[in-house]
Design a protein around this ligand. Structure first.
Ligand code: PCA
Length: 329
């Protein structure tokens, strides 16, 4: 065989081999760390989203979910996605208010205390948050609010004075600041570590949703939940922008469709989970009731301070978000 023929045959063989290998070569696995327990509604929703992508792309992109902070702890998930350590993941962005105050737009006390208000606030904030994420090599696929935040204690609390000196678990700057302004002692603890933290007395209180108290069976240690409806913080599913730009148009379509469905499903689950988990806390033996007027008025004062501080930190962009939200009311 002449050399040229040999080469051609070689090339043809390689081409056939490549074609045959294409589906396998194109197949990618994306690791998706999530910080909250496997049974949490965000995690269940994320697993459905992952399945939707895996099925919809015919395995071209297969997503493996790692809930409960098992692969990466909540606080480190954003960086892991940014740097490409993982391709995709879910994070509570208000946990990064130190980096940019805008990330805390969803944790301003009493600004948007219902699901409807929270949806409007998100609409107002979305362009700015997406820009901010783009600067950080992150692309937002979907986000879902937690149910309204209320206060958990190990005793009856009817005023801010009763909160003095209590050890308080925080999950972001806003919760930390709330503790400081009410005379509590904040300690940052990941949701996945909560049952243990309460059982060992590292903390005796927190602000969170009924969902997180329920998922972590906090009735084993705590006794009271007060409905405060302070804010509805959001979890965001983010993909590394370099990874995203390499995705084929067809797969992008599949992923954005799965993401839109996940967002809708997640919001519905969050709404449903609110009452369901209050009932669960009651069944666990906790007192679940609205906060007293006195407690609420003390918290509102604290909320005013926190709102002013946030507006100061978030500058013009922050003010634009709040103004745009208020114009929708
Ligand atoms: N649960 C999360 C954040 C907000 C919520 O309801 C947590 O407590 O960590």
């Amino acid at each position: 065989m002449k050399l040229i023929n040999k080469l051609m045959t070689g090339a043809a063989t390689t081409a056939i081999a490549l074609t045959g290998a294409l589906p396998a070569m194109a197949a990618e696995t994306w690791d998706m760390p999530m910080a909250y327990s496997a049974s949490n509604f965000h995690s269940v929703n994320g697993m459905e989203f992952a399945q939707c992508v895996t099925d919809g792309t015919d395995g071209e992109i297969a997503i493996t979910v790692h809930p409960g902070g098992s692969l990466i702890a909540g606080a480190d998930i954003k960086r892991a996605i940014q740097t490409g350590q993982v391709q995709i993941g879910e994070r509570l962005l208000s946990g990064h208010q130190n980096e940019n105050a805008l990330f805390g737009f969803d944790s301003i006390p009493f600004l948007a205390p219902s699901f409807d208000d929270s949806a409007k606030l998100w609409e107002a904030a979305k362009p700015k948050i997406e820009d901010l994420l783009a600067e950080q090599n992150l692309t937002l696929l979907y986000n879902v609010p937690w149910p309204p935040q209320g206060l958990y204690f190990k005793k009856e609390v009817t005023s801010v004075e009763d909160m003095q000196g209590v050890k308080f678990r925080s999950y972001n700057n806003a919760t930390n600041r709330l503790a400081e302004l009410t005379g509590m002692l904040p300690v940052t603890i990941e949701a996945a570590e909560l049952s243990q933290a309460f059982a060992t007395g590292v903390a005796d209180s927190m602000i969170s949703s009924g969902a997180t108290g329920y998922d972590q069976k906090v009735w084993e240690s705590l006794t009271h939940f007060y409905e405060v409806d302070a804010w509805l913080p959001r979890n965001y599913v983010l993909v590394n922008s370099d990874v995203w730009s390499d995705v084929s148009d067809a797969s992008k379509d599949v992923i954005t469709t799965c993401a839109a469905e996940a967002e809708e499903r997640g919001i519905a689950a969050s709404k449903e989970y609110t009452e369901f988990t209050y009932d669960g806390l009651r069944e666990g033996g906790m007192n679940v009731e609205p906060a007293s007027d006195e407690l609420m008025s003390g918290l509102r004062e604290v909320g005013e301070t926190m709102t002013a501080e946030w507006l100061e930190q978030a500058g013009e962009d922050g003010k634009a978000v709040v103004d745009s939200y208020q114009s929708m009311q």
